[in-house]
Design a protein around this ligand. Structure first.
Ligand SMILES: Cc1ncc(COP(=O)(O)O)c(C=O)c1O
Length: 345
């Protein structure tokens, strides 16, 4: 119940398209079809009412490479600001690009994790260049509301930062009042300084058939990003292109049915875990407080009881664990049985 993919088969319409592609015996280098760009534009508009230009899209084999490329555009020694806890590859970015990482702990308000703008402002220095977030937030499950995103936009603009917004979980919204807002759609002034990242991989459970897209509205920022990739990050392979295009064309019940099932799992988690579970609005990743257990090696302790979790320390917050509930209810029930046993001992 650790790595962030689900135990569900990918949708038949994607598998069928992949099978049809495999019937063609040549799996050589492939150009990206223009139809993929159109499919993604249609998808952004359909789900979020965001109309983007064809030229704003930069396609890559993954969101993590895109996060790293974004950091490569900065000069060595500059600072990047990252609210924590956060998806752990964010915490390797600075080192990979010879930058300085400034972690700013999020705070909890009525159990909800949120960005702490006072501390964020205090963390800004003359060398601050970029802020990186993910929304919906991995691992806390927060889906930032409009007020938070507006405050974030002001912070970024006032401090002349580039914003990188990883929105890979944008279709997995479980909270009844929660809604995903692509930040540059909500605050168009951000477009000139924002790199927004998307992929079909989470909601369609196809992360092994890698593909992702960076939306960069500003031509010079886009040119810097594209320049940084040269020779380092390849294009998308033929199967990734097929899977992504098929996913972005989807208007079926896949997303409503998946999220409905995940809501049931979440309800079960709430019943079983009570206050240990952080209020969750998006993702299939539960953020669970185990501070009272005072575990020395959290991962090993749960593994000893037959439960593979992600220890909070990976995300910069040792008091919690992250548990993936993108699985059949029976698996979740068994996982929670083992979780409780681990707490008893
Ligand atoms: C917030 C976030 N970004 C990126 C990724 C991974 O993206 P990719 O597999 O496209 O590199 C994940 C996977 O768990 C994630 O949760």
């Amino acid at each position: 119940m650790w790595v962030a993919d689900m135990d569900f088969a990918a949708p038949p319409f994607i598998l069928d398209a992949l099978k049809r592609r495999i019937d063609h015996p040549i799996l050589g280098y492939t150009d990206r079809p223009a139809s993929l760009n159109e499919a993604f534009q249609g998808w952004l508009d359909y789900h979020f009412g965001w109309e983007i230009h064809d030229s704003w899209q930069v396609w890559l084999p993954g969101v993590v490479p895109a996060l790293n490329l974004a950091c490569q555009i900065l000069e060595a020694g500059c600072e990047i600001i990252i609210p924590t806890p956060v998806y752990h590859p964010f915490l390797a970015l600075a080192k990979n690009a010879s930058l300085k990482e400034v972690r700013v702990p999020m705070r909890q308000v009525d159990g909800h994790w949120t960005m702490d703008f006072d501390t964020l402002q205090a963390s800004v220095t003359p060398r601050s260049r970029m802020m990186l977030i993910c929304n919906p937030q991995n691992p806390t499950g927060r889906c930032y509301n409009e007020a938070e995103l507006h405050e974030l936009a002001s912070f970024v603009i006032n401090n002349n930062l580039i914003l990188v917004s990883d929105e890979i979980h944008c279709n997995i919204i479980l909270g009844t009042n929660a809604q995903h807002h692509p930040i540059s759609a909500l605050v168009p002034e951000l477009l000139e300084r924002t790199i927004s990242l998307y992929s079909a991989s989470k909601v369609y459970n196809i992360p092994g058939v890698s593909s992702a897209v960076a939306v960069i509205g500003d031509a010079s920022l886009r040119a810097r990003f594209i320049n940084a990739r040269k020779g380092l990050v390849p294009g998308i392979g033929p199967l990734g292109l097929i899977a992504a295009e098929c996913a972005f064309h989807d208007r079926s019940n896949w997303i409503p049915e998946l999220t409905q099932y995940l809501r049931g799992n979440l309800e079960y988690l709430r019943e079983q875990l009570g206050n240990r579970l952080a209020p969750l609005e998006g993702t299939y990743l539960a953020w669970i407080n185990v501070a009272d257990q005072q575990l020395e090696n959290t991962e090993a302790h749960f593994a000893h009881h037959g439960l593979g979790i992600s220890p909070g320390v990976q995300f910069g917050e040792a008091s919690h664990i992250r548990l993936n509930f993108g699985c059949p209810r029976s698996t979740l029930e068994e996982g929670l049985r083992r979780f409780k046993l681990a707490l008893q001992e």
